[in-house]
Design a protein around this ligand. Structure first.
Ligand SMILES: CC(C)(COP(=O)(O)OP(=O)(O)OC[C@H]1O[C@@H](n2cnc3c(N)ncnc32)[C@H](O)[C@@H]1OP(=O)(O)O)[C@@H](O)C(=O)NCCC(=O)NCCS
Length: 232
């Protein structure tokens, strides 16, 4: 671990339950990614360096975590149901990853950081994760991202309000990924309402459309450089 790692490890520590594996890496657009599978490299062939680097980091971190789960499944070990062997992590029509049998995950990248979460579907049927740079959401975006009651709550918080606006944005992105297994459409920001507990590092999610889904558990952390939200 380098001195640089400590704030990110601290940020992500306890964000998700121990049944979810997390891995992260800093991103450097000057370092060309190495892909384990040609199909993954082909997906970003011709893309700009930033995109190749973030996509490559997500795939590399996914394979690291998937390998760890596969190692638990080695003959003689007492793990959960057998998982699909290592294979390219391909991209679905909705641009989400096509998780291999037995696992579900979530990938997020922002300026300079990529984080991946992965779990057995027997532990977690759905996962959502998002990381963002620690900075307020620009005021002009508030009406399109926040519901009327979210805005009222944030405005009542004084100096802490602007950063909470970014947490709402991040939390909704995480919820969108959490929903992707069940909702095969683009769920709009105004269809989801979040209620943050500032004391507990958690948030409640209300889905404002007809559904039969369980209520997700949400958590959040803010660090100096980055903030993170997760739902499971
Ligand atoms: C998909 C989306 C949430 C990604 O968020 P983002 O902040 O742009 O980018 P992130 O880096 O956090 O996430 C990107 C990763 O999300 C994953 N992703 C993309 N589309 C996805 C989908 N439909 N479902 C699940 N995961 C998806 C991918 O793994 C992607 O990384 P990769 O292409 O390198 O594999 C966003 O682009 C989007 O389409 N939002 C639309 C609606 C929305 O957010 N509604 C919120 C209210 S529910």
């Amino acid at each position: 671990m380098s001195a640089d790692d400590t704030p990110i490890d601290k940020l992500l520590s306890g964000l998700l339950p121990p049944t979810v594996r997390l891995a992260w890496q800093r991103l450097d657009d000057a370092v060309e990614p190495e892909f384990r599978f040609a199909e993954e490299a082909a997906h970003v062939e011709g893309a700009v360096a930033k995109r190749r680097v973030e996509f490559g980091a997500g795939r590399a971190l996914f394979h690291r975590l998937h390998d760890e789960l596969l190692a638990e499944d080695a003959p003689g070990s007492a793990a959960g149901p057998a998982l699909a062997p290592a294979a390219p992590l391909l991209v679905a029509e909705d641009r989400g990853p096509l998780w291999p049998a037995g696992v579900v995950g979530s990938i997020s990248h922002t300026k300079g950081l990529c984080v991946v979460a992965l779990a057995r579907t027997s532990d977690h049927p759905r996962l959502g994760l998002d990381v963002e740079v620690t900075a307020p959401l620009p005021d002009k975006l508030w009406p399109s991202i926040l519901t009327v009651s979210e805005r009222a709550r944030i405005q009542g918080l004084g100096a802490r309000g602007p950063l909470l606006s970014k947490l709402h944005f991040s939390g909704k992105e995480a919820v969108y990924k959490w929903l992707s297994r069940d909702e095969k459409r683009v769920v709009a920001f105004e269809e989801v309402e979040l209620g943050f507990s500032l004391a507990r590092g958690s948030f409640a999610t209300s889905l404002l459309f007809e559904n039969t889904l369980p209520r997700p558990t949400g958590s959040w952390r803010i660090g100096r450089e980055f903030l993170a939200t997760a739902v499971w």
